[in-house]
Every structure is written in structure tokens, then in C-alpha cells.
Design a protein around this ligand. Structure first.
Ligand code: ADP
Length: 484
């Protein structure tokens, strides 16, 4: 920590904080105020290669450590994260903007992935397989994949990292994390806490950079890196998947979403409105599982929209460090431009503004807020019904039949999260089964937890994070045939 409250970090390679090869650094800004809150080393390709070397050197010893010992290190890391919960939360709010209460929630959520995987580390079982010959014994072993490159986004500066390093380190892999350029401070602070927990040098390396493509290219071209795990946009995910193909790396991708929320006519409209708001406005709408489209049955459309407006009207917008604030800033001007474009397009095509709609930008300081917004009379041709908005805007469209609602929900290349609200059990089961989504929340706008599988169908990704499924992504299966 600098004297003026500015955090300074180098690159974390091989257990040491080092300057970048080019000696360059870059500032980290608070999106709520524009203030500089940190300064970190700016990695180049050469630094990425150094980090790979450190991870390669650390791998054999870490993989060979008894699972119980790896488990204990992760358990201590979990304890340290919770012991520093307030500090980590404040750091996250300062570099990312989410309200402090949400940041505290993220620290718990992020730490839960470390705890779950510390427990799961002890349960990486193999199998014996019945042989066809009396003199043979067949074994299936599970071994760590090797060195992992993890590229993470800014919207959950802690959790998107622990979801990856939790299972990777538990499995015995070593990791290079390239955090998002907007939020490298949380990543660096986590590296310090994991070191304090006893993680050996080189098992976790962190290389912040303003040149993500250059650093990612170096990581992906390196044959020593055996796996890529990425959370971010579908566009970048596709590029990385193509590049990973050259060295046939294992790939896990958590990409964009376009979550529908279906509200059926038997729903309790007030409760449904609260769930929609919870799912939509978390992190100012900047999550890949945020509701992006609401489809409500025509019979309850007016009552539901009024109930939603009542919930949303009370949401306080502002600096996430101030008490009571529920909607923080958008991450940057581009994000605000996109939200504004979606709202304008909808209004131009006949949508009605039921609430909000205004952008509040101070471009000189790089500060961008957007009022929580509800759009009614929305139709399929509006951009907001086709693209991920990543902002606090909820478009509401009316439907008449269950078949129509499901067809509309599925009419997208995305397949991450979908939600429905109904009190009819048969409908809940029928619709959940028909939705082409990796995650379905039934009467539940916030389904994600460390012990459950999180991931997408279709262009929303490959692989799962969370629970026993998350660990599988970091394990290879080895078949051993023994003749006696
Ligand atoms: P978002 O829209 O959430 O910022 P991105 O996909 O742009 O999503 O960013 C997610 C992560 O991918 C960040 O760590 C970012 O630095 C990285 N990234 C962005 N562009 C590229 C690229 N061309 N190659 C490799 N990584 C990239």
C-alpha cells in the first residue's frame, strides 16, 4: 500500500514480486470516482513465458504433494480470505465499483470455491476396471492436467479467479492468472494471501497486462501450458479456442449469456418482481447470468410491471462505498455506450419507458452511471432482445402460451442461465427440461453456489465450474493395464 492509499504491485512470478520486462506499469481507476487506486506492472510476452517456466518448475512437487497437504493449504487460504473479508471487499469496490455489501458477498462466494475444492482435493478417486483376462489388472487413474493458463474478467475480480485456481490447485495443477486490466489489484492481493497460506512458489503466478492479446498469445503458443480456462465474452472466447487448437490444449470457456426470465400467470407477481430485480440488478447488471429479457404472461403483465417498478424505483445509485447504494457505476464508457444504444434502439422501435432511461456520465473523469431502467412493449426485433446488455436495463415482453415463451427463450445462440417463475410444479419441471440452458433458476434469481455446476450450453461455453464437475476440468484420466 502506498502512502496515499494507492496499492502497488509487480508481477507475481515464481513466488516473487518482480518488475515487468519492459519496466512498464499501468494505473487502476475507481470507476465510481475516476481516482487512481492502484498501479501494477504491465506484463509483456516475455513475462508470460517466465511465468510459464515458474509454473512448470513448481508443477512436479505440487502435484506430488499428498492431497491432504494441498487440501490444508487451500483451507488456510479460505480462512485468510474470510479473515480479510472487509479489506478484500473494499478493494474490489474501489477497483470494480460494485456496492460494498455485494463485494462482501463476493468474497464469501469466492472463498467458498476454495473451501469446496480443499475438501474435494481428498476425493480425487480412480477406478479398477474388470479385466477380460485372469492375468490382467486394469486401472483408471486421475492425474492433474499440468500447467494452466487462466484468463479472467473484471466483473467478479475474486470469484472468477477462485473458481479456476480452487479446483486447479486442488487437483495438483499450477497456474498462471492473467486478470482483467480493469481489476488486477484483487488478483494480486489473492496471490499474497495464498502465499501466506503456504502455497509454494510458482504454483500460482499473476501477470496483469494492458496487452491481453500479446500475453494470451504467449501463453497459448507455449506447449508447456496444457490447459486454458477463460471467462469473458463469447467473441474473445472463440478467438482463444481457435488459438488453443494449435497445441490441442484442454479448454474451459465461460462466455456470454442472454438470460430470459419467464413469468407465468400463476406467479405471485410481487415475489416474481423481487426475484427478477435480484437477478437483473446485481453488479449493475454486469454479470453473464443477469436476466437480460423478461417474458411475462399477458394476463399479469400490468400487475407484474407495476410491482417491478415499485422494487426498482427504490434502488439507490452511487458510489458503492457509500452506505445504502445498490447500483454502482458501469465499468467504463464503452459499457455505458452499449447500454445507451440498447435503450435508444428499443425506444426508436416502439418500446415504452416505464422507469429510468438516463445515463449520468462524467466523461472527463471516466465515470459512468446508468439509472435502473424498465422498458415495456418490447418486441423481438430490438437489439436488447438479441444481445447481452451488461447494464441495469430490464426489457419486458408479453407472451400468451407456454410454448411461445419457451420458443422465445431458446431463440438465441446463448445458453448460460434462464429463469422461470411459476407455482405449477408440472410446468416448472416441463419448462426447465425444455430450456436449452446450462443453469435454470425456478423461482430463484440467484442460483449460483460453489457446490453446483455452472456453465453454458451452445455459444455460452464449454465445461463447468463448481462442485465435483469443476474439478474434472483439471484432471486427465490415465488408463494403466497391468499383466501379472
Ligand atoms: P469483457 O467484455 O467482460 O471485458 P473480454 O472477453 O473482453 O470481456 O475480457 C475478458 C478477459 O479477456 C480479460 O482478461 C481481457 O483482458 C481478456 N481479453 C480481451 N481481449 C483479448 C484477446 N484478444 N486475447 C486474449 N485475451 C483477451
Amino acid at each position: 500500500m502506498g502512502s496515499n492509499g494507492i496499492r502497488r504491485y509487480g508481477l507475481y512470478i515464481g513466488g516473487r514480486w518482480v518488475a515487468a520486462a519492459g519496466a512498464e506499469v499501468f494505473p487502476v481507476h475507481n470507476p465510481a470516482t475516476g481516482e487512481v487506486v492502484g498501479e501494477v506492472a504491465d506484463a509483456r510476452a516475455a513475462d508470460a513465458v517466465q511465468a510459464v517456466t515458474a509454473a512448470v518448475e513448481a508443477f512436479p512437487a505440487w502435484a506430488a504433494r499428498p492431497a491432504k497437504e494441498r487440501s490444508e493449504v487451500l483451507r488456510r487460504a479460505y480462512d485468510l480470505m474470510l479473515a480479510h473479508r472487509d479489506e478484500l471487499a473494499e478493494l474490489m469496490t474501489r477497483e470494480q465499483g460494485k456496492p460494498l455489501e455485494e463485494a462482501r458477498g463476493e468474497v464469501q462466494y469466492a472463498a467458498d470455491f476454495v473451501l469446496w475444492n480443499s475438501e474435494e482435493a481428498k476425493r480425487v478417486y480412480g477406478e479398477t476396471i474388470p479385466a477380460s483376462h485372469a492375468d490382467k489388472r486394469l486401472l483408471a487413474l486421475r492425474q492433474p492436467v499440468g500447467v494452466v493458463a487462466a484468463i479472467t474478467p473484471w466483473n467478479f475480480p475474486a470469484a472468477m479467479i477462485t473458481r479456476k485456481i480452487g479446483p486447479a490447485l486442488a487437483a495438483g495443477c499450477t497456474v498462471i492468472v492473467k486478470p482483467a486490466e480493469q481489476t488486477p489489484l484483487t488478483a494480486c492481493r489473492l496471490a499474497e494471501l495464498f502465499a501466506e497460506a503456504g502455497l509454494p512458489a510458482g504454483a500460482l503466478n499473476v501477470v496483469p497486462t494492458t496487452r491481453p492479446e500479446e500475453v494470451a498469445d504467449a501463453l497459448l503458443a507455449d506447449t508447456r501450458v496444457r490447459k486454458l480456462t477463460f471467462t469473458g465474452s463469447t467473441g474473445v472466447g472463440k478467438i482463444l479456442m481457435r488459438k488453443a487448437a494449435d497445441t490441442v490444449k484442454r479448454v474451459s470457456l465461460e462466455l456470454g449469456g442472454h438470460a430470459p426470465f419467464l413469468v407465468f400467470d400463476d406467479a405471485d407477481v410481487e415475489r416474481a418482481a423481487r426475484e427478477v430485480a435480484a437477478s437483473k440488478f446485481r453488479n449493475a447488471g454486469q454479470t453473464c447470468v443477469c436476466t437480460n429479457r423478461v417474458y411475462v404472461h399477458e394476463r399479469i403483465a400490468d400487475a407484474f410491471t407495476a410491482a417491478l417498478a415499485d422494487v426498482v424505483r427504490g434502488l439507490k445509485v452511487g458510489n458503492g462505498l457509500e452506505p445504502g447504494v445498490q447500483i454502482g457505476p458501469l465499468i467504463d464508457g464503452q459499457a455505458a455506450d452499449k447500454v445507451e444504444r440498447h435503450v435508444r434502439d428499443a425506444l426508436a422501435k416502439g418500446a415504452r419507458l416505464a422507469l429510468g432511461g438516463q445515463r449520468r456520465s462524467d466523461s472527463a473523469r471516466g465515470v459512468h452511471f446508468f439509472e435502473p431502467t424498465i422498458l415495456c412493449n418490447v418486441t423481438d426485433d430490438m437489439v436488447i432482445m438479441q444481445e447481452e446488455t451488461f447494464g441495469p436495463v430490464v426489457p419486458v415482453q408479453v407472451f400468451r402460451t407456454e410454448e411461445e415463451a419457451v420458443a422465445k427463450a431458446n431463440r438465441t445462440p446463448y445458453g448460460l442461465a434462464a429463469y422461470l417463475y411459476t407455482r405449477d410444479l408440472s410446468r416448472a419441471i416441463r419448462v426447465s427440461e425444455q430450456l436449452e440452458y446450462g443453469i435454470v433458476g425456478v423461482n430463484d434469481g440467484l442460483p449460483s453456489v460453489a457446490q453446483a455446476p455452472f456453465g453454458g450450453f451452445k455459444e455460452s461455453g464449454i465445461g463447468r465450474e463448481g462442485g465435483k464437475y469443476g474439478m474434472e476440468e483439471y484432471l486427465e484420466i490415465k488408463y494403466v493395464s497391468i499383466r501379472l
